[in-house]
Write a protein that binds this ligand. Sequence first.
Ligand SMILES: [Zn+2]
Length: 461
Amino acid sequence: MFLHDSLSNRLKKIIKTKKVIKLFVCGPTVYDSMHIGHARTYIFFDTLVRFLRSQNYKIEYLQNITDIDDKIIERAQKLKINPLKFAVAQTKDYKTISKKLNIISVDKYVNASSVISIIINQIKRLIDKGYAYETKNGVYFRVRKFKFYGELSGQDLEALRSGYRIELDKAKEDVFDFALWKKTKDNQAISWPSPWGSGRPGWHIEDTAISEKYFGLQYDLHGGGVDLKFPHHEAEIAQAESLSGKKPFVKIWLHTGFLTFNNEKMSKSLKNFITVKDFLTKYNADVLRFIVLSSSYRSSLSWNESLINQSIASLLSIKSFLVYLKYKNDKGDINKKIISSINSFNKNFTSNLNDDMNTPKTIASIFEFINNIESIKNINKKSAKAIEEAIRNSLNILGIKMKINRVPKNIKDLIDKREVLRIVKDFNKADKIRKEIEALNFRLDDTDQGPILTHNNFING
Ligand SMILES: [Zn+2]
């Protein structure tokens, strides 16, 4: 399999060995409910891991939870609750929503607050090596000492530096030096004792400490949203490589593109976001996964209402095909044409994902497969089962549940009534009943197996 490495800007091969592939994805700063821009990142990485596991790669997937952060403290103080308690509640909410989105592949979630002693130890080592220094406000990383700083994001630091005209913290040696430890002056709710007085860690070192504890200072894959490249991931590289004295920190950097809304990045600070919670009150999680995976993970995804409608229509057509297959009852063995069609579908599906997770092409291959099958006549029960299994396997890798419920009796009665009207050729009345059925959120297809009903449960209510 090949994945695009953001640092070298090249495709890199992932080799299947007995060794476990270690994946670290930057998780949420738990101060607010997850929005669909974040969900895009987490849905993508969940799908990547589902796919790798389906191909028998061994992979360990870890996500950090940033439960110590200025934004959390600020929000908790407004609500007059303890910031760590507030973070616990928010973390629970995050995990519940992830589960609702069928994000099930994370092996371990690790809170920053659980690695404070490692953070302190890392800062000590960085000071000893000359990569960090103490001021009256805290401890900072000395960016000028790490010559690769800026490489990941391709930033020209000198140009950026000259653009900084603001009077900086006088004690800082450089505008880009970032806090490893923040001393707490006032009696703030969260602080830990340290050799530099009581305080709390900076954001970047939290992840490096979690990495070292669980994966070591060199591992395979690190991912997150593209907005984390600078300064967060640059800082992680600087810290880890300065500590270990080895390059590279990780073999492949993976970044998901922005989700934009009216041409602006969807973000909490711009207040133009849609929370996953809100989305899920109206639509099924399958819809969000389908929208996310219909576009290439690296490009930016421009959100609009028509994306929702298109996705629902696509999901509904796959679902109605699955329902249709259930009506196939003829005996006999699988026909050879169907076997070869299934084989080529499986091959396409896998090769598209092997190619840097080309999920749009993968989704297109499902429709091609359905078209192929529809051109084959006389599908018997065994064939139908094999076709259904192939589609189900692929949907499972995409994390799309596609639940099929029983058709309720009142709808079945309407269908019977309509069939009688069609026999007596009262097509006007039969059509009215079709509209009635559709208004109840069912799709009706007249097929060689008779009328087939598919519940549009992608829309709630
Ligand atoms: Zn991170």
